[in-house]
Design a protein around this ligand. Structure first.
Ligand SMILES: [Zn+2]
Length: 276
């Protein structure tokens, strides 16, 4: 949807105010489920205005059934690049499936942030309406409202692990950046294997300009959405990418499979005490 048209049609109105809003349309199934549920609820973590339009960053919390110990806290972030709706759709699907059958979330508290860059999402642009790639702004004293709200979540929630969802229009398959805790690499292989039942694994020694080993990358850009350095032990961090030129339903299926695999694999790591 183009910005000029939006501006003309709904000056001064918040994105949740009109039925044609893409964020409202995306989130409607979750909002329906959250109503009347004690295990799934929504909170707005940021509200801000850009050029007369009001935007919000929603967070959905899903409380899995008790697992015996302290809950494992997982954060999943999508659409920090506004023109990558595939991750947002997959995250909505993931939470919706868990709300219907919470067993795979046993022992977990999941915080889902399906639209981290709402103005870019509405405009269909990578950058926010302030003209910034928000995924280069983290932990650098940014005053962008999206970045400070998400930094606040990352600091206060003290996640055991986070997953960021992206789609890459130059990739020929699924791949992932593995960062943070040393267990991340052990986690990421089966996660990619689960995703590759839907889409091929990205091949080649260089992906997105970085050295890759069978679809796993270790180096990445500065300023990305990541945990603060002060967390010890370091949480696991997976940045999961789908090939954006592939059919959208396959990207959604691959991403959803990856997220279910994260829950499965990380529980396994915690149970065997491999969490070093
Ligand atoms: Zn991206």
């Amino acid at each position: 949807m183009k910005r000029s048209r939006l501006r003309q049609r709904r000056p001064g109105l918040g994105p949740t105010a009109l039925p044609g809003d893409p964020i409202e349309r995306l989130l409607r199934p979750l909002r329906g489920l959250a109503r009347g549920s004690e295990e799934l609820y929504e909170k707005t973590i940021a509200q801000f205005s850009r050029e007369g339009m009001r935007f919000e960053i929603p967070r959905f919390t899903l409380l899995g059934p008790p697992g015996g110990g302290d809950p494992l806290r997982i954060g999943v972030f999508a659409a920090i690049h506004g023109d990558e709706p595939e991750g947002a759709m997959a995250l909505v699907d993931f939470v919706r499936q868990l709300a219907a059958d919470p067993e795979p979330a046993r022992g977990y508290h999941i915080q889902a942030y399906p639209v981290c860059n709402p103005s870019g999402f509405v405009d269909g642009t990578r950058h926010s309406r302030a003209g910034l790639d928000l995924n280069r702004e983290f932990w650098r004293g940014s005053r962008e409202p999206e970045v400070s709200a998400l930094e606040g979540e990352l600091r206060s929630r003290r996640f055991h692990g986070i997953v960021s969802l992206h789609s890459d229009d130059t990739a020929d398959g699924v791949y992932a950046f593995a960062r943070g805790a040393t267990i991340t690499e052990g986690l990421v292989r089966p996660v990619l294997a689960a995703a590759s039942r839907h889409l091929p694994l990205a091949d080649g020694p260089i992906i997105d300009g970085f050295e890759a080993d069978r679809g796993v990358l270790r180096d990445c850009y500065q300023g990305i959405l990541t945990n603060p350095d002060e967390l010890h032990p370091a949480p696991f961090e997976i940045i999961f990418e789908t090939p954006q030129r592939a059919p959208r339903d396959l990207q959604v299926a691959a991403t959803t499979a990856a997220l279910f695999s994260v829950l499965d694999e990380y529980r396994g790591f915690m149970a065997t005490g491999d969490n070093i």
